[in-house]
Design a binder for this molecule. Structure first.
Ligand code: SF4
Length: 63
């Protein structure tokens, strides 16, 4: 069975691979600010969508 630590590892891996050097996020941060960039990540990007899903899954373990 998958556990919290494994989900956290998966989140880290995805962020390392796609988000940490994301030029889109960098550009949005500069042009529209952090909140707008964050909103873009969670509502427009499939990677962000995946991260949100994994975050929700992870939270289920702390309930
Ligand atoms: S969620 Fe998408 S847009 Fe946001 S930083 Fe990650 S890859 Fe870039």
């Amino acid at each position: 069975m998958i556990n919290r630590v494994e989900i956290m590892g998966e989140i880290d891996e995805i962020m390392d691979k796609y988000c940490n050097d994301c030029l889109l996020k960098k550009a949005l941060n500069q042009e529209r600010g952090k909140t707008a960039a964050h909103r873009f990540c969670i509502s427009e990007c499939t990677i962000g969508d995946q991260l949100r899903f994994l975050g929700n899954e992870m939270n289920k373990f702390s309930e």
